[in-house]
Design a protein around this ligand. Structure first.
Ligand SMILES: [Zn+2]
Length: 268
């Protein structure tokens, strides 16, 4: 699993470097821009890959504070097949179910990608193949939660299917793509891994809040699975955010990005 963790982490940096800003720039100086109820910074708590530990630890902790998270589901995951009703219940309770494809295809040709099996090698996919997978994932998610609006997190941050950019061909299906707003300088994104110290998570938020309007924290395992933060560290972060609700607006990524779109429509 360690290898997969490294790859996922590398993927995020690649995503940050490669993402083309297709949305209008979200400048720090956006005049008149405001988050709800005077909050200074919006916080998106998101969780990738549909892992058991997210159902076991992350969702109960979020629910204790009535925070809404975003869960980017890999629909072929075991925790979907065996625990579908729990995801459905989470969605009914206001958590976002986001698209993270069906099989999580990534490019096997990149370094340290030995874990990518040939059947899921994005280098061997066509753009059409990947489009179909993304569209079908949206259909599956609609069957789970009844929603028609969605956001997307690109698996491994890999944008090329068979050498061609597939992401540009599916972005119109989504309210937002995780990471796009980072490239515009509006937001920060961190995928914490191997963190058992809640203070480290809080320090990151404190530091980024000095200059960013949106902080994306992108988790995988919480108190289990891989790329994990400990349950205690995650809970400590949530307690901190709950204690500072006047400063931080915590909501699902889709709600945050819908607010951004609405604000931009009224201030321009
Ligand atoms: Zn992933």
């Amino acid at each position: 699993m360690f290898l997969m963790e490294m790859i996922e982490r590398l993927g995020f940096f690649l995503l940050l470097m490669m993402v083309v800003v297709a949305t209008p720039a979200l400048a720090q100086s956006d005049e008149g821009f405001a988050w709800p109820e005077g909050a200074q910074v919006a916080i998106s708590l998101s969780y990738d890959d549909a892992l058991h530990s997210q159902l076991d630890h992350a969702i109960p902790a979020l629910d204790e504070h009535a925070f809404k998270g975003s869960f980017y589901l890999t629909l072929s995951a075991e925790a979907i097949r065996t625990r579908m009703e729990e995801w459905r219940a989470a969605a009914a309770n206001g958590h976002e179910l986001g698209n993270h494809t069906i099989y999580h295809p990534c490019r096997a040709s990149l370094p340290n990608r030995e874990w990518v099996i040939p059947e899921h090698d994005l280098d061997q996919f066509s753009v059409l193949h990947m489009q179909e997978e993304v569209v079908t994932a949206n259909t599956f998610l609609h069957a789970l939660d009844g929603e028609t609006e969605r956001t997307f997190t690109v698996p491994c941050g890999d944008m090329l299917a068979g050498g061609e950019n597939y992401v540009v061909t599916v972005e119109s299906l989504f309210v937002a793509l995780k990471g796009q707003e980072v490239a515009s300088g509006f937001a920060s994104l961190w995928a914490p891994a191997d963190v058992s110290d809640g203070a480290a998570l809080i320090n990151y938020v404190e530091e980024q809040a000095q200059s960013k309007k949106l902080i994306n924290l992108l988790f995988h395992g919480v108190g289990g699975d891989y790329l994990s933060v400990s349950d205690d560290a995650h809970r400590m972060l949530l307690q901190y955010l709950a204690d500072n609700r006047d400063r931080y607006w915590v909501d699902s990524y889709i709600n945050i990005m819908k607010h951004v779109a609405a604000q931009r429509a009224t201030t321009h």
